[in-house]
Design a protein around this ligand. Sequence first.
Ligand SMILES: Nc1ncnc2c1ncn2[C@@H]1O[C@H](COP(=O)(O)OP(=O)(O)O)[C@@H](O)[C@H]1O
Ligand SMILES: [Mg+2]
Length: 275
Amino acid sequence: MSDQSEQSVEGNEQPTYLDWNNSIDVMDKAIEKGLFVLIIGPKGTGKTSLVREYARQKSKELESINFSLRTRESHLIGTKNLIDGNTGFDEGILVKSMKEGNILYLDEINAAEADVLLRLDEALDDRRQIVLKESDGKTIKAKDTWFVVATINPLTHVGTKELPPQLLSRFPIRIKLDYPPEDVEYKIIKKYVKNPNESDVLHGIKLANTLRQASAVEELYYSPSIRETIAYAKLLEGGTPAKQSAKIVFGNVYSQWGNVEFQKVNDIIVSMFGN
Ligand SMILES: Nc1ncnc2c1ncn2[C@@H]1O[C@H](COP(=O)(O)OP(=O)(O)O)[C@@H](O)[C@H]1O
Ligand SMILES: [Mg+2]
């Protein structure tokens, strides 16, 4: 859906994924050997975009689930239903994707509760099958084409836990997706913003990288994503001056952690963009 709205804003040209660290190739090798993939990286580094692009290129259906503490086993497995006195079974996303042999995208898998992870582990082991205690002990075996890609955020993220080693080993192909180098981020932004002022945009990327580095060493509470550098460039394109755009997109958000945090970032913006 979000792809569509971006498309309509930019006209008829669909923004495409820039595969700057050859992740598509790694995924190709994984799928070929029937190995599952784990993508590791902070929010907003293009993990979801990469998987969507991969499914699009392979013309494969994509089933996605975004894990949180509220995700239950039933979301994965399914639930019994009762229609006109007959019991049936509404398949959850895991069962469905195994039977159809499409791509299953497990987003932020390390936000899930232990019981949910345990159930996933059953399906992901080498037999690629799961026993449905919810549906008369029926065994579901995955099609050969079944492919699973999971993402985890670095452990500094609120609400994320360490993935149990056993489950980690189900995803032996690991792609590390961090914030891109400056020139690459500029190229990504150019996919969304027609005629950005290069030096203003680069200035914003520099600011974002300064904040990202400060956040990585826990000097700040928040790390701006690529989504935010794109938004900054869109403000520029709409005529908002660079410094004001920087405050709106990168600065103001820090006030939620109090005035000291906000002032710290404001000082950085002033030092980079002038008074
Ligand atoms: N390599 C890339 N090519 C094109 N757009 C990208 C790329 N990386 C990130 N983006 C854009 O940045 C934003 C955040 O990406 P997203 O895939 O949602 O990140 P994540 O899933 O890691 O949080 C989206 O608007 C996405 O379109
Ligand atoms: Mg995502």
